[in-house]
Design a protein around this ligand. Sequence first.
Ligand code: ZN
Length: 559
Amino acid sequence: MKPAVLLALFLASPIAAGELRQSGISDGSLKADTAMLASDAFEGRRPGTPGGDKAVTYITQRMRAIGLQPGNHGAWTQDVPLVTITTAPTPLTFSYCSDGHQECRAASHTSLAYGTDVVLWTKRQVATQALAASPVVFVGYGIVAPEKGWNDYAGVDVHGKTVVFLVNDPDWQTKAAGKEAGPFEGRAMTYYGRYTYKFEEAARQGAAAAIVIHDTEPAGYGWNVITTSWTGPQIDLDGPDKGSGRVGVEGWMTRAAIERLLAAVGQDLGRLTTSAQQPGFRAVPLPMSASATLSNTVAHSASKNVIGIVPGAKYPDETVFFTAHWDHLGRCPADRTGDDICNGAVDNASGVAGVLALAQAFAAGPKPARTVAFMSVTGEESGLLGSRWYAEHPVYRLALTAGGVNMDGLNVGGRTHDITISGGGKSDLDATAIAVAKAQGRTVSPEPSPEKGGYFRSDHFSFAKLGVPMLRAGSGTDRIDGGRAAGEAAQADYTAHRYHQPSDNYDPNWNWGGAVEDLDLYYAVGRDLADGHQWPQWYAGAELKAVRDTTADQRPGGR
Ligand SMILES: [Zn+2]
């Protein structure tokens, strides 16, 4: 952001420290709502289960009690049609000649074990999906980015083939992050680094199977997260094409598994990775083929987003959004203690509690000029499904949705000296958040792990992908109590031992001071948007600016 922009912002909307506490948010309701939603009675809040239905009922009741109005044309919920596909555990078998030739008399076979080496699924609504002796091609990072002069599929036809690619993008190991640090913004992940993008690209290329090579650091999480997230019933939006536009077989494999396979045919993952990071990389056909037969059961269901509003007094058609997903993983493989419920206390009972606390603050405060919507969405853990459905079927026109704040996991470890902004430097909302943080006496720290691509990993991205500026910000790691060492240790501990595991349980000893301060910040950002009439802009060069600009003429002032 240019200093002039920040200065203008200070002059236009001076935010004094005293005003921040107008939210009146305290930890009382945060604790009660989080404890309730994360209790075993909700069974991990999986969409399509009684526990998931319970969460919808609870949030609706809370919104009604707070005094919100129903947000969907008089209804509290929006139906989200879902399909659940359960693929039976299936090994992935590779055939090759140990002398490196594809055609040979006595081929060797290696089966990668489901769960330990590989996980496979299909997004197609079919009983059986077969992959038969499909030639395997290593396609580097699996990226086609014409504006960057990058094409990992150049000169190779992958129709009917199995593409294998690396997670993240080619310059994630660069130390610096940002546009100067490399074609893919250095250490910061671009959308091209997301596996979601890679699967979509593999489908456009006509591949028969697409497998991501897992690696903990560039993925941002361990293999345990892959097995808890991608095994068992898989939920998706139930679209008209019944999944036929997807690659037939999708999956992840461990780095160790592909290293073993490559060694058997005289290849080396380290060497392939190095070449994949060079501009002009060409895909490498491997002397092996892949086979698997996936047996699936397909079930249709519906889940719900919950929406409540405080109607705008002056511009009721213009909206500001606060969002947090209510769903989590439900029943999980049991951990060592025998606990088989992924309760999702931090992820994301805490965020729902935050949205409800903000709703309470807006309902009790002065009437906003614009409508403020509080939405708790379903299906985030299965790929941002509820927010995607809302963004594609909005109740309030996206062109007149000024912006919003998403919460996914509040800080329950105490106050910090700093905040971080996920995917920072993209829109005017960042500048507002920075001004508020300064008024709180907090500094802004760079995102600690920009290679994890946090901005693409929660529901704000469903809005942002369609142009709506959305803020994702919160406490940094520099704790008032214990400094950076304590904050970073707690972060590492959460990622390794709680994230998407049965141990993400509610703890009555949590310190909510940092969460309250973050909610004060969200309240101030939301107030600034809801009481004013400005339209936050994406900064020049932000990848999401172009789509927002297509609706500029629908906004008063044409911006
Ligand atoms: Zn989450």
